[in-house]
Design a protein around this ligand. Structure first.
Ligand code: GLA
Length: 676
């Protein structure tokens, strides 16, 4: 028997072809629990199921071959590895179709990355209805699936559910803001007992900046499976002779040490191997959006800059409203010229002022979109996504530019070149995208290939993003799509952070950031203090400080006390941000189903602990132990809770633990713990 072993630290996958040529999965799990050699190979599940082969099972590949046949049955046709990367070639028994399973182990983060290449090796086209990235077989007595969703301002609302017989599908639609509805990550717990610190869980994330799909299948005799990849509905493809379709990848990590460990591995993977400049410390941002919205004027902005610098912020971000005639969201997307009615001298005086105040300057753009009320749309009505003879429905008064057209890609790249070239000193862009694709059609695609838009538009967008990143290596990019609509580990290759959610009520943010932390490290989760929810500014600061901190407040109307609180928060954040942004996250007390939360970021012998009591919490309760603390080593406790009077500050732990804050919720405690 030829065994193919893919080792990635604590995650191990073993595959082998049977006598009939079919490829079976012998093992996915920790390295120590290998395959049971006593079982006949044919009893092991298939490594990659196809339509028409296994009756009553979900397929990972479905093709209509050139001869009209709809079944695919794959047999092993050789395996090779280059370095640590494995390629296992499977071919159909009749049709000229090759399906190559590809695996890239990441032993430093205990994860395996997987993708599939589907090749039409015949001389006539075939139709590819579905091509998942991976479909590992799983076993276990009581499988549970955890997934997230929630839509605008409700990102990362969790669901954990037991899986009954049949298939549970969770998927996204809309193509642009996919992770607003369905972040591309799930957890599979074989016995449903995994906790943060113990138990077995498989985490999987599809690296794709478009729609994704997870099919969690529970079949008789414990033959379960998790099929993951890009969304297949509406994404059918014609595969021409000689064409090879490469799927997006999916990253798997198998943890026998609970959910927290799986998240920490994904964070390490993101920081080390995905996120642009992943090791770089992120700046503290002062943004104008919730401060002044579209009401921009030179004096008002100068006053915001002045206050932002005085409070210790490092980057001033001018959000929406600076271009065209943009007094609200009904016009001007596409017309990327400074609105001289609002800023008669242009942007440069504001940029210069910001730089002179010792801060960096950032600017908001939404380059993939156009308002119908714009010069761009008047000049190029054919540049948008749409279908002949169908309505062009506007969402937030806008349409999606068709990046499948090369001239539109060139326009977007040139626009960003021009905005940056005309304004020396911009080193940060917030790249937004505020509507989904509906009526998905493209004039760049032939009538029989309209459904190619689903993948081609994502790839075209990636191409544009990659080109912008290549041309402007010194400009940091924030990824925003009506909040966290683009929270995936593919697009982040060109971006430094995401805007986690438009919901900035810190009470909601405790839960949203908690959910987001299952995939994304704190360094990339933009978290700003605003007036949303009418909470105390000190509490808003304490929540934002557990991620990438910023403010989105009218800084000219802060009370004196609030100004002191924000300045204190910025200073405290700068002291702890290396631990918060780059340390290991431990989620200690969950706000899911409760009104309190505790988490700690740990780096070496330093820990920063955040405790939040939310409205409804009665107070009291046991202090929260600091993870990884040796009770015999004396520690220094520094209470960094913004706004807390010096007399009330915590100076020692209670039996190695941090007590919950007293007083009316919402209220927080932040402490830094270091060895003496
Ligand atoms: C979106 C973003 C917000 C803000 C507005 C501006 O909603 O998510 O942060 O930039 O657009 O119009």
């Amino acid at each position: 028997m030829t065994e193919i072993v893919i080792e990635a630290g604590l995650t191990r996958l073993v595959l082998a072809p049977g006598d009939d040529g079919r490829l079976h999965q012998l093992h996915l799990g920790p390295p120590e629990a290998g395959p049971r050699p006593d079982l006949p190979l044919a009893l092991y599940p298939l490594a990659h199921p196809t339509f028409g082969e296994e009756p009553l099972r979900e397929p990972a590949v479905r093709v209509t071959h050139a001869d009209g046949a709809v079944s695919t049955r794959l047999r092993f046709d050789g395996a090779e590895h280059e370095g640590s990367e494995h390629r296992i070639r499977l071919v159909d028994r009749v049709a000229p179709l090759a399906v190559t399973l590809c695996y890239r182990p990441w032993p430093d983060v205990d994860a395996i990355e997987q993708w599939v290449e589907v090749a039409n090796e015949g001389d006539a086209p075939c139709r590819l209805h579905q091509a998942a990235s991976g479909a590992p077989a799983l076993a276990g007595p009581a499988p549970h699936l955890t997934h997230w969703g929630g839509g605008w301002a409700g990102e990362w609302t969790p669901t954990t559910e037991p899986l009954g017989p049949g298939t549970k599908t969770v998927a996204s639609f809309g193509g642009v803001r996919s992770s607003l509805y369905r972040p591309p990550v799930v957890l599979w717990s074989p016995d449903g007992t995994a906790t943060e610190e113990s138990g077995t869980v498989l985490a999987g994330t599809v690296r794709w900046g478009g729609d994704v799909r997870f099919d969690a299948e529970v079949a008789p005799h414990g033959q379960h499976r998790l099929i993951a990849g890009p969304q297949s509905v509406g994404a059918e493809r014609v595969l021409d002779p000689g064409e090879v379709l490469v799927t997006p990848t999916v990253v798997w990590t198998w943890s026998t040490r609970g959910i927290g460990e799986a998240s920490r591995r994904l964070h390490r993977f993101a920081r080390r191997h995905v996120v642009r400049d992943g090791a770089r410390t992120r700046a503290t941002v002062a943004n104008t959006w919730e401060a002044v919205f579209f009401a921009l004027d030179p004096d008002g902005l100068a006053a915001q800059v002045d206050r932002a610098a005085a409070l210790g912020c490092e980057l001033f971000l001018l959000d929406d409203g600076w271009f065209g005639r943009r007094d609200d969201d009904t016009t001007s997307l596409g017309d990327w010229e400074v609105d001289r009615r609002k800023l008669p001298e242009g942007l440069q005086p504001l940029i210069d002022l910001t730089l002179a105040a010792g801060m960096r300057f950032g600017l908001w753009v939404e380059p993939e979109m156009v308002n119908a009320a714009s010069d761009l749309y008047a000049a190029h009505p054919d540049w948008v996504i749409g279908e002949p003879g169908r309505e062009r429905r506007e969402e937030r008064n806008q349409l999606v530019l068709d990046l499948c057209r090369p001239e539109v890609r060139d326009f977007v790249v040139a626009t960003i070149d021009r905005v940056l070239g005309d304004h020396p000193g911009i080193t940060y862009l917030k790249w937004d995208a505020n509507r989904d694709v509906t009526e998905p059609g493209s004039g760049a695609l032939s009538a029989d290939r309209q459904s190619h838009l689903a993948w081609d538009r994502v790839r075209a967008t990636r191409e544009v993003m990659a080109e912008v990143a290549r041309r402007h290596p010194d400009v940091e990019l924030m990824l925003c799509a009506s909040g966290g609509g683009r929270s995936d580990l593919d697009t982040l290759r060109w971006f430094h952070e995401v805007w986690t959610s438009d919901d900035t009520d810190p009470v909601d943010r405790v839960r949203i950031q908690w959910g987001a932390s299952h995939l994304l490290p704190a360094s990339v989760l933009g978290a700003h203090v605003t007036r949303w929810g009418g909470r105390p500014v000190a509490f808003g600061c304490a929540v934002a400080m557990s991620a990438r901190f910023g403010v989105d407040l009218d800084l000219t109307t802060l009370t004196d006390l609030e100004s002191v609180t924000v300045a204190e928060a910025v200073a405290a954040y700068h002291r702890i941000r290396d631990v918060v942004q780059h340390g290991d996250l431990h989620r200690l007390v969950s706000p899911v189903g409760s009104d309190r939360a505790a988490l700690a970021h740990v780096s070496g012998d330093r820990a920063v602990v955040f405790l939040y009591r939310l409205p409804g919490d009665p107070g009291g309760g046991d202090p929260v132990p600091v993870p990884g603390l040796d009770p015999d080593i004396p520690v220094t406790v520094t209470d960094l809770t913004p706004g807390r009077p010096p007399a009330d500050r915590l100076t020692t732990l209670v039996d190695g633990a941090v007590p919950w804050p007293a007083g009316d919720a919402p209220v927080a405690t932040i402490v830094e713990v270091t060895p003496v």
